[in-house]
Design a protein around this ligand. Sequence first.
Ligand code: F6R
Length: 256
Amino acid sequence: MRIAILPDDNTIGKVAADLIEELYRAKPNAVLGLATGSSPLPIYKELIARHQAGKLSFKHGKAFMLDEYVGIPNEHPERYRNVIDTEIASHVDFPADAVNGPDGNAPDLHAACAAYDRAIKDAGGVDLQILGIGSDGHIAFNEPGESLTSRTHVGVLTEQTRRDNARFFDGDIDQVPTHCVTQGLGTIMDARRLVLVAQGKGKARAIKELVEGAVSAKWPATIMQMHPDAWVLVDEAAAAELELADYYREVWEKSR
Ligand code: F6R
């Protein structure tokens, strides 16, 4: 894994955006994996700025979202599809229908999950997947105990995750859906490059486990240790529990 301990959100956004810009220069029809939540917002801000400055175009690109709530009304602002439109898709030049998300309102959710995996495959697979991490170590909505090889599936949101996400629902956990449709860990691991971002002390334990813990379904993000091209971009607070922080800093500085 490539581990970068960075001073602030702006730098995290810039380092991730450099990787994405490099990808689209080499492959204009690249497939980007989009995450929702607050962690990737500095990346989206930077991508929008570069697009507006004429440096970056998504006009031949495609994107796949990681996950979606089940049973949330289509027009709800916290429906992940709407959040992605608000935070990034509507500000850049992805063609109409180029941004795909799992359908949390499909009449047959299991069939919709299988169709989503097929759609990712038919698009040639995800070239670069942006990821955040939950305080319990989840990526997408793969909660502790999840199969390390799962495909897109219907999942249960734990109380911890619903509590973490209540801030998007007027602070009311009862408004947070209880189920989701999520790419599985196996689906995520198929992406050619993974770029996980985390900020703040609430993520410090999860980042310690991700980088230095044993690979285990107890901390689902640890599966990333098995990926040949995984990047972990964190701020000082999220890096606070890393035992080998000085080593990672040295390697990062010398590899640039
Ligand atoms: C969102 C997602 C989740 C979040 C995680 C962290 O699409 O898949 O895994 O990345 O819950 O959320 P934030 O970034 O809001 O702390």
